[in-house]
Design a protein around this ligand. Structure first.
Ligand code: AMX
Length: 418
């Protein structure tokens, strides 16, 4: 099938049957014991949800429908020869479990563009907020304005049969995914630039268009945006945004409501679970790296100076941002692929060189503390420096990029969990 809907129309009834059978045949099988630590730790280490799109192994990191990030980079279609996987491809993979052809991905790009028109009142709703409102507040508000277009809500009110819930849900997911970049880009332009909307370019794919609408047209940035959205799309069900969307969608709140709730979780640094820290992670990392540069007056810092700064941070009672993880016990593969991107495209950037040096300096120091379960870098240790290189320097906005990406991972949960 060239279009995703036809593909899902075949797959979803089979999937619904499979879930029924698993329930019937294995419904009473135990999946583990619940410990006090798990409960106090916010379900850490507990198998608690059916999560189709991705899984996170402590040693290996994320797999999207069984595929590692290097697998995705090798096998998913790219927009340019040798380029990064396209977000459209990860969406197809997350929803169907199949690797799409370039033709299927191009058709999905076209479909998303055709759905991308944002009603003017969504921008006006954002305009009602002070410009000083946090980018995530403005973004979530814009998403709530889009909710008035929910197809699921209309279909439910008209009495749609339960077995067909997935169809208007799918419509909502596709419209939502198609429209969030324009809303998110507007938030950026409104807060940091001239407030003028840069229209969608019909010749560009999803990731490239988001970058273009933000105002960044460097071909390398377009490809980084494709990679960024792909690797941030999902991270199993234990992280706050994905978990929240799943929970909010369960009483049949439509995908807009579920996604807006997820964004509100994404925006909150104080809930205390490790994955919620992801969202402040990038921001903190870039600030911390800038603070190192400010202290020494240059990004060219010796290993000894850097060690001293790491100890200084720890001695002041702070954590080293970008290191450690609630689940992972090795270097995050999302860090590794961004490092490889930097090595390919910006090997001499002084902040990248500083990030590389930190990777040598920090883990032995954290190991020395004797309590840190994972001394290795996570996804957030890298993304900020790459965005900064391409000119997207406003750290407060970074969580919005993450939010746009998360709309992808939510789609399989809400379409297939019904
Ligand atoms: N620097 C200093 N100390 C750290 C640390 C770090 N990067 N990572 C963990 N520790 C400390 C913890 O604070 C804790 O100390 P305590 O017992 O005195 O409270 C101890 O090591 C044990 O913690 P843990 O079991 O290894 O980690 P966790 O599951 O409790 O927390 C996380 C995970 C991510 C919150 C933590 O590693 C951290 O704060 N890292 C820095 C912030 C950061 O990079 N956030 C982005 C996370 C990205 C993600 O989750 N994917």
């Amino acid at each position: 099938n060239l279009d995703l809907y036809s593909e899902l129309k075949e797959l979803i009834p089979e999937y619904q049957e499979r879930v029924k059978k698993v329930k019937k045949d294995y419904g009473t099988v135990q999946l583990g014991n619940t410990t006090v630590d798990m409960v106090i730790g916010g379900m850490r280490g507990m198998t608690a949800l059916l999560w189709l799109g991705s899984s996170v192994d402590p040693d290996e990191g994320i797999r999207f429908r069984g595929m590692t990030i290097p697998d995705c980079q090798k096998k998913l279609p790219a927009a340019i020869p040798g380029g990064e996987p396209m977000p459209e491809a990860i969406l197809w993979l997350l929803l169907t479990g199949k690797i799409p052809s370039k033709q299927q991905v191009d058709s999905l790009s076209q479909e998303l563009r055709s759905r991308a028109t944002v009603p003017d009142y969504a921008f006006k709703t954002i305009d009602a907020l002070p410009v000083s409102a946090h980018p995530m507040t403005q973004f979530a508000t814009g998403v709530m304005a889009l909710q008035t277009q929910s197809e699921f809500q209309k279909a439910y009110e008209s009495g749609i049969s339960k077995s067909r819930y997935w169809e208007p849900t799918y419509e909502d997911c596709m419209n939502l995914i198609a429209r969030v970049p324009a809303v998110a880009a507007y938030v950026y332009r409104r807060i940091y630039k001239d407030g003028k909307i840069i229209p969608l370019d019909d010749s560009l794919d999803y990731g490239a268009n988001y970058s273009h609408m933000l105002g960044f047209d460097d071909p390398k940035m377009l490809d980084f945006m494709r990679l960024y959205i792909t690797i941030h799309s999902d991270h199993e069900g234990g992280n706050v945004s994905s978990h929240t969307a799943h929970l909010v969608a369960s009483p049949l709140s439509d995908p807009y409501l579920a996604f807006a709730a997820a964004l509100n979780g994404l925006a909150g640094p104080l809930h205390g679970l490790a994955n919620q820290v992801i969202n402040v992670g990038t921001l903190e990392v870039l600030r911390w790296i800038r603070s190192i540069v400010a202290e020494f007056g240059t990004p060219h810092i010796s290993t000894d100076q850097l060690k001293d700064y790491v100890y200084k941070t720890l001695n002041s009672g702070q954590v080293i941002p970008g290191y450690g993880h609630g689940v992972l016990r090795k270097t995050d593969p999302r860090y590794t692929c961004q490092r490889e991107f930097a090595l390919k495209h910006l090997p001499d950037d002084p902040l990248f060189l500083l990030v590389s040096k930190l990777k040598e300096v920090v883990p032995p120091i954290l190991t020395e503390l004797g309590k840190v379960k994972n001394p290795w870098p996570n996804v957030d240790a890298h993304s900020g420096v790459l965005l900064n290189y391409f000119g997207l320097t406003e750290e407060n906005y970074f969580t919005v990029l993450f939010g746009v990406s998360r709309s992808f991972g939510i789609a399989p949960q809400v379409c297939l969990a019904l």
